[in-house]
Design a protein around this ligand. Structure first.
Ligand code: COA
Length: 456
């Protein structure tokens, strides 16, 4: 299968935009500086296919117009002392790449699991100086059959998932000839740390020392980490989701305070199930400590709340921990309650103490994945076995991205490959079904699937 770059260009905002340095928040400074990719597959109509170049120019022109509103994406990052970053809004532009393949969409087989995904997402050279790396990459891949794949990858140092999908849906609106729906809220000062930051923050730093395998000490842990991972896209029908939700809620009152009347959500119930199945598939002993990392959107949790359209990183992470034996042997309502308790920690005070704690940090280099890439496996913060990371994309506006040639036939989160990294996605048809995108060490994936579907 061949993939050949036919065209690539930088796209600048269609009009002059604000120039200057935009201070990033503490939440922009931590974690991923890479560009998580997302993939959309389309089978455009004959009319579109007859005008192949029009697709590229439609994307390029609408991109140029949407960047007038989302102009921070056209800027560049710059390192400051202590591994902090700032964003220079300079309108340099975003990368648009056109690729042609001699394959058909059908040659990719099951789109959810294709090993060719890495050809369909932009290749980004992180060895280049950061001032030269665009914050948004878009790749349009055209297949011999006329099908296309569109991948967009936004720098996580600048936006979170909510903002990335907000951008994509507004871009599609302009491409379809509609006007802007919801303008992004660009003022990041709303998420500023205290000045001066408080001296005794109650920041939760559990991921600094994540649980490790107690039966595989030292170097054997490293060996396990370096074994290959496998991916699974696990579909749950609406009925199966309801079954998991009912099962978790059946015992909720045994584990959750009387004051919390909210039912366990689909995310909490499904994540509890994933956690239980991972512990079983990994064959943990009863006492094995294990954790689930959770990204929490703070827009509605801070006082005063941030606008829903806040454009930036407005998520923080918490971890639910327990011993594998309790996770597996107690009813799923127990694991769900541990997840609920972790999420409930994220109050406005928690967010502000996190901001203050980060502001007090002198050196950020250990917290950023771009530096982590240079470390040996044993030196990296590790979220794999016996841990998981389950991000919720359940309520993000992922589906129905129509640039004028119809909705996608399939949307995929694109290649993510760390052991234990998983996502909960809404089903493609908006029918209440869900998909769990899961990465696990290859040796555990088949057992995981068996446990996952065994009781539902
Ligand atoms: N549209 C539709 N339904 C929504 C919604 C929205 N925008 N926001 C919340 N809901 C629904 C949820 O689906 C859930 O209903 P359910 O029981 O039928 O599933 C209910 O309201 C409660 O939602 P929420 O309070 O968000 O709890 P949760 O358990 O579903 O999710 C978190 C918990 C922490 C994962 C979630 O609050 C969150 O922060 N999500 C965003 C994560 C994120 O940013 N991901 C990208 C990472 S880069």
């Amino acid at each position: 299968m061949k993939f050949v770059v036919k065209n690539s260009c930088l796209v600048q905002p269609a009009e002059a935009t604000w120039n200057g340095v935009m201070a990033l928040t503490e939440f922009d400074q931590i974690g991923a500086i890479t560009h998580p990719p997302t993939l959309y597959f389309y089978r455009p109509s004959e009319t579109w296919l007859a005008q192949e170049e029009i697709m590229f120019t439609t994307l390029r022109d609408s991109l140029s117009r949407i960047l007038v509103h989302f102009y921070p994406l056209a800027g560049r990052l710059r390192w400051l002392d202590g591994g902090r970053l700032e964003l220079e809004c300079n309108g340099e532009g975003v990368a648009l790449i056109q690729v042609e393949s001699d394959a058909t969409l059908d040659d990719l087989g099951d789109l959810s699991l294709s090993p060719h995904f890495h050809h369909l997402s932009p290749k980004i050279n992180y060895k280049a100086p950061i001032e030269e790396i665009p914050l948004l990459f878009v790749q349009l891949t055209k297949f011999k059959c006329g099908g296309i794949a569109l991948s967009h990858a936004l720098s996580h140092a600048v936006v979170d998932g909510q903002s990335a999908f907000h951008f994509a849906s507004e871009w599609a609106r302009l491409a379809r000839g509609e006007s802007l729906g919801k303008a992004p809220f660009l003022d990041r000062k709303l998420l500023r740390a205290g000045d001066p930051p408080s001296a005794q923050p109650c920041f939760d730093n559990e991921w600094n020392e994540p649980p490790v395998l107690i039966t595989q000490p030292g170097s054997e842990n490293d060996e396990i980490r370096n074994k290959g991972n496998a991916v699974a896209m696990l579909k749950l029908t609406k009925k199966q989701v309801e079954m998991l939700k009912n099962e978790a809620n059946r015992t909720k009152s045994s584990y959750i305070d009387d004051g919390d009347h909210r039912m366990f959500s689909r995310y909490e119930s499904v994540t509890a199930h994933i956690w239980r199945c991972a512990c079983k598939a990994r064959g943990h002993v009863y006492e094995q400590p294990t954790g689930v990392g959770i990204s929490v959107d703070i827009r509605k949790r801070v006082e005063p709340p941030l606008p829903q359209t806040y454009f930036g990183n407005a998520t923080t992470s918490v971890i639910a921990t327990d011993c594998a034996g309790d996770v597996v042997t107690k009813p799923s309502g127990y694991a769900a309650s541990r997840i609920r308790q972790a999420i409930n920690k994220v109050s406005s005070a928690y967010v502000h103490s996190t901001l203050d704690n980060l502001k007090n940090l002198k050196d950020f280099t250990g917290l950023q994945d771009i530096h982590a890439m240079e470390l040996e496996a044993s030196e990296r913060m590790f979220v794999g076995n016996p841990n998981l990371w389950v991000s919720s994309w359940t309520t993000l506006a992922l589906n129905g991205l129509d640039f004028g040639w119809g909705n996608e036939m399939y949307m995929s989160p694109g290649p993510h490959d760390g052991d234990g990294e998983s996502l909960t996605l809404p089903g493609q048809d908006g029918d209440g079904s869900m998909v769990v995108a899961l990465h696990l060490q290859a040796a555990h994936i088949e057992d995981f699937k068996k446990f996952f579907y065994q009781t539902i």
